[in-house]
Design a protein around this ligand. Structure first.
Ligand code: ADP
Ligand code: MG
Length: 399
């Protein structure tokens, strides 16, 4: 019998559309002889839909029409299984639609409200094995400030930063600006800690531009970080596949910028013919990156250390900044569900996309098996002698 894989994608995120591209690519690539595929498209409102038309990227151009041709679904746990059920059709002669048993979830979501541990929490709660990082590593990977903390503790190289909340900034703008000017200096970079695709990020060249950049950043997120801008910059990315017991790094890539900051447009819309973006796979890049063997090995080894330091699983992409002034490599960020699942890096490392998907699913089952061996319940008779004073005890309680 084939394994039924449910792809979850879309979601309430600024990277909703990119997630659709990544997921449709993965659903096209995966080996259909071995797996049955169930697309689960999550709308920006958090409603879940399935249907045959979801396999075709062109269909997403007219979303209301697409959803009319799909079925709204929900998931339940019954008798140790996870079932996808369709909402019953309205009317007297409503059709009973048989539930579909799901074996494993494959989240292909990007950004906050999903990639950050949210969807992983939902899947854990259902008790459904799933591909990729667990709740904690997803959350650490999404928060650029916490990611820095974890790496620093592990002795891994990151740029130092100042961080504060939007409330702190609004209540002491001058104080915070003065601290930034003194401790970081110009040029600097302002970033919301938990967004992707360069949303809300600005380069600031002087104190006069600082307030505008911070005001923009706090319109996107509650927590902000500021770090020095590397002016003689080279950006290198490397993917890692595996789990904390055993992981491998891909070849490195060098994405090219046409602007000061690698923007959303650079990332996803360049090379898009007739408006058809190929996701991260369409970005201008050099694979393998033009690096000495020594530097490339240094980055690949560093990537595995970072992967283990945050307790990652599945496939991730770690992005680096090389400061040309000092020839130092800094880890900039980790994408725990990278655009296009970084398949193009694995392709260049001699692993085709269908095999990458298969390995990811195997890792999901392996983690589940390890969990199944853990003890999650203990038998106690703690409730047998408990008295809470009967109904009287609850009198006046504020529930
Ligand atoms: N410290 C820095 N110095 C110079 N450029 C930077 C720095 N940090 C980020 N950038 C630029 O901004 C881009 C986006 O920043 P990044 O931290 O990768 O956020 P995102 O999650 O949005 O991709 C980077 O790809 C790089 O071009
Ligand atoms: Mg980035």
């Amino acid at each position: 019998m084939k394994t039924n894989v449910a792809f979850f994608y879309g979601c309430r995120s600024v990277e909703h559309e990119v997630s659709i591209i990544s997921a449709v690519q993965a659903m096209m690539a995966i080996n259909k002889e071995k797996y049955d595929i169930t697309p689960v498209y999550v709308t920006k409102d958090g409603e879940m839909y399935t249907g045959e038309k979801l396999f075709f990227i062109e269909e997403y151009r007219d979303l209301p029409k697409l959803l009319e041709n799909c079925k709204k679904v929900f998931f339940v746990r019954e008798n140790g299984k996870v079932l996808m059920k369709q909402e019953c059709e309205k009317g007297f002669f409503k059709k009973e639609i048989p539930p579909v048993e799901i074996d494993v979830a494959f989240p292909v979501v990007h950004g906050t409200n999903c990639e950050d541990g949210t969807i992983q929490g939902y899947l854990e709660f259902l008790g459904l094995p799933y591909v990729g990082c667990d709740i904690l590593s997803s959350a650490v990977g999404m928060d650029k400030a916490v990611f820095k903390d974890v790496l620093m503790k592990a002795g891994l190289p990151v740029l130092d930063c100042i961080r504060f909340t939007s409330r702190e900034y609004l209540s002491d703008k001058e104080g915070i600006q003065a601290k930034i000017t003194e401790k970081i200096g110009y040029p600097l970079i302002v970033k919301p800690v938990n967004l992707g695709s360069s949303v809300g990020i600005s380069k600031v060249n002087s104190a006069e531009e600082l307030d505008e950049a911070l005001t923009l950043a706090i319109s996107f997120a509650d927590k902000i970080l500021v770090e020095r801008a590397v002016t003689k910059i080279r950006e290198i990315n490397c993917s890692v596949l595996g789990d904390v017991n055993e992981c491998f790094a891909s070849v490195c890539e060098e994405p090219f910028m046409s602007d000061e900051i690698l923007s959303y447009e650079n990332k996803y819309l360049s090379n898009a013919k007739g408006g058809q973006s190929k996701g991260m796979a369409s970005l201008g890049r050099k694979i393998p990156a033009d690096l000495s063997e020594e530097r490339s090995n240094e980055i690949r080894e560093l990537s595995c250390k970072i992967f283990k330091a945050i307790g990652a699983s599945g496939v991730v992409r770690i992005d680096y900044i090389i400061d040309g002034e000092t020839d130092t490599v800094y880890a900039n960020e980790i994408n725990t569900i990278p655009g296009s699942l970084a398949f193009y890096l694995w392709d260049a490392t001699d692993m085709k996309y269908p095999e990458l998907c298969e390995r990811l699913i195997e890792l999901a089952f392996r983690r589940q098996r390890n969990r199944d061996n853990l003890t999650f319940t203990i038998d106690t008779n703690i409730l047998s002698g408990v008295k809470l004073g009967g109904a009287k005890g609850t009198k006046g309680a504020k529930f």
